[in-house]
Design a protein. Structure first.
Length: 639
């Protein structure tokens, strides 16, 4: 036990920081990106992060009667010291330290790759292990540090609650906005203006409304009437910040401010704003989103004045256009973002209903010994995406090489599932990690034996991979594989079809379970958009491969914690696929340290590629959706 604690401490206090520094030094800066702030600011941020980290460790040692180690957790729940301020001060402090160190060192890979990976890995560790372990050891204790979102109760929020929301909501928004704004010089973009908009004049008097946004937003946390209203504002703003920041990165759209000559103080104020803003953080317009979220908070306290508050928000939204700061499309996207986050409960409920409908949609048709299952259609689409997508991205690579790469992915999925899950020998499961390993092995073997551009082939597979996974998860829903463990009613879906694996092989039929396939779909859609942006921006091929492996691994680590399949073995407190996810993250980090050529290039198409994609789609549909249910031959059955 003592030796294990020593090794754990050395690994996380010495080895991990050293590896992160080595990663920053060796990672390929083939896509140099600007870093926000100045070195002095970076040192200040790093110092604050280090202070919070040390304070958190000291609080565990003093109040927890143990060490800050997941493998050897403290005996007591710590709610004082740093934990009286933040729920996870060690992780937050370490993440802030990494960002600060990257700014101080002017390291683009440190700021845009390594520090975000550390932060996301911390979130994944909390969601995929610590939170569940916490509940097993301490239950649902009413522990609420100061910097936490307000509880959903009918009471009026305290001043402390309102100040905490200001810190937790506004500070992340400033950090996200300014960080993405720093990318402007390195981010070529299309103009958002439509042709008829370009001639519209700037009405500088409407700057009064445009600038009023800042006061409106700052007052919103103090205007919210009850705790649910304050929580609604905070949740909506945080979700909108995450979505908008992501869209600013992946969508190459900008709205350059229209030129005008200032005729008064409002015009000069508008010029001052323009001097401290960028054109690329435009779509969606967060002025419009902020104004509507704030109007919702004000309306909770003064409902009779609701038309006034939303009228003000409408005026601010229009002023985004009349001041020449935004295009119509920016404002429309900002309003759409508000509608999405303000109705997030209904949106989530709709997604759950759709997911449950797919999960209970099993259909089959038999012809002699053969059985065709309806989820073969999803597998067929995946097959078309593999060959059509990879072939379209590669173009110059021979079509047989693309088909061989796709076939190795399918073969790897089958072999990997047999090795990990085993089974009766009659079943024919498929596994994600095997598919990735098969595609990477094919890329490497092709490079060695036939001179293929292995990195380009692997990167193209990774760009298409998230979309294949997203569609493939629909097949998982129908099949009943990769299903979740029991979940609270508002979060769960129910499997009722008797042919689903959930109903046939578990005791979860009719019970709410986590929609883990939906979690995977949403994560992979986001990952797919990011990788497409990296490809189009001509990032290093190794960066495309590495980012995929890191982010896919982190997503799978969390997803696996909520899956309920009994056949997956566990080791050392983690499920086997979580350990493989950790290897994926490590492998992705190593990949980014290998210099390669740039990604990108024109999209290629043709009749031969289309026909090959359709043919491979048909083969994939057969492999994943046709079986021999009455046969005792090896691998004859899908379920």
């Amino acid at each position: 036990m003592k030796a294990g604690k020593v090794l754990y401490a050395v690994a996380f206090s010495a080895v991990l920081p050293a590896l992160l520094v080595l990663w920053a030094v060796r990672a390929d800066p083939g896509l140099p990106l600007p870093v926000p702030g100045a070195p002095a600011f970076g040192w200040l941020v790093a110092l604050c992060g280090a202070g919070l980290l040390i304070w958190g460790i000291g609080s565990v040692l003093r109040y927890g009667e143990g060490l800050p180690m997941n493998a050897y957790p403290p005996a007591r729940l710590v709610t004082r010291g740093a934990y009286g301020v933040l729920r996870h001060p060690i992780y937050v402090g370490f993440s802030v330290l990494c960002f600060g160190a990257a700014i101080a060192a002017r390291s683009s890979v440190g700021f845009w790759l390594i520090a975000p990976s550390v932060a996301l890995a911390s979130v994944a560790l909390v969601l995929g292990y610590e939170r569940l372990d916490f509940r097993r050891r301490f239950g649902d204790l009413p522990y609420r540090p100061w910097l936490t979102l307000p509880a959903v109760s009918g009471e009026a929020p305290s001043l402390s609650d309102r100040l905490a929301v200001c810190v937790l909501v506004l500070l992340p928004w400033v950090a996200v906005y300014e960080s993405v704004a720093a990318l402007a010089p390195a981010r070529p973009a299309f103009e958002a203006y439509l042709a008829f908009e370009r001639s519209w004049p700037v009405i500088e008097g409407t700057e009064a409304l445009y600038a009023a946004t800042y006061v409106f937003v700052l007052m919103a946390p103090f205007a919210a009437k009850a705790s649910p209203d304050l929580r609604d504002f905070a949740d909506g703003a945080l979700l909108a910040t995450a979505l908008a920041g992501f869209l600013w990165i992946v969508l190459p759209v900008a709205a350059p401010p229209k030129p005008f000559v200032a005729a008064g103080p409002l015009g000069r104020l508008l010029l001052f704003e323009r001097a401290h803003d960028v054109a690329s953080n435009a779509l969606p317009s967060f002025h419009a989103t902020w104004a509507l979220l704030s109007a919702r908070a004000f309306a909770s306290r003064w409902p009779r004045a609701r038309p006034l508050w939303f009228g003000l928000a409408a005026g601010i939204s229009v002023s985004c256009i009349t001041t020449g700061m935004h295009a119509i499309s920016d404002v429309v996207a900002g309003v759409a973002l508000y509608l999405l986050v303000s109705r997030r409960g209904r949106v989530w409920a709709g997604l759950l209903r759709a997911t449950e409908a797919v999960a209970n949609s099993w259909r089959e048709w038999c012809a002699g010994p053969l059985r065709l299952i309806n989820h073969a259609a999803y597998a067929g689409v995946c097959g078309i995406l593999i060959v059509g997508g990879v072939g379209g991205l590669l173009g110059g690579v021979s079509l047989p090489a693309v088909v061989a790469l796709a076939a190795c992915g399918v073969l790897g999925a089958a072999l990997g599932a047999q090795l990990i899950e085993g089974g009766s020998g009659l079943l024919r499961p498929y596994g994600y990690f095997g598919a990735v390993a098969g595609a990477l092995a094919a890329s490497g073997a092709g490079a060695l034996l036939w001179g293929w551009d292995g990195w380009r082939m692997a990167a193209a597979f990774m760009v298409v991979g998230p979309w294949i996974m997203a569609v493939g998860r629909l097949r998982c829903l129908v099949q009943g594989c990769c299903h979740g463990r029991p979940a609270p009613e508002p979060l769960g879906i129910r499997y009722r079809h008797p042919m689903s694996r959930v109903c046939r092989l578990t005791a979860l039929a009719g019970l709410p379970v986590h929609p883990t396939q939906l979690y995977s779909i949403l994560w992979n859609v986001a990952l797919g958009l990011l990788l497409a942006r990296l490809w189009s921006a001509r990032a290093p091929l190794s960066a495309v491969v590495g980012v995929y492996l890191v982010l896919a691994g982190l997503g799978r680590f969390v997803e696996e914690a909520y899956r309920g399949e009994p056949q997956t073995p566990a080791l050392g407190g983690l499920r086997l696929y979580q350990w493989l996810s950790v290897l994926s993250v490590v492998g992705g980090a190593v990949a980014t340290a290998i210099p390669t050529g740039p990604a990108g290039g024109p999209w290629h198409s043709g009749v031969s590629l289309l026909l090959a994609a359709i043919a491979f789609g048909a083969l994939a549909a057969i492999a994943y959706g046709v079986d021999f249910p009455k046969s005792d031959a090896r691998l004859a059955r899908l379920t």
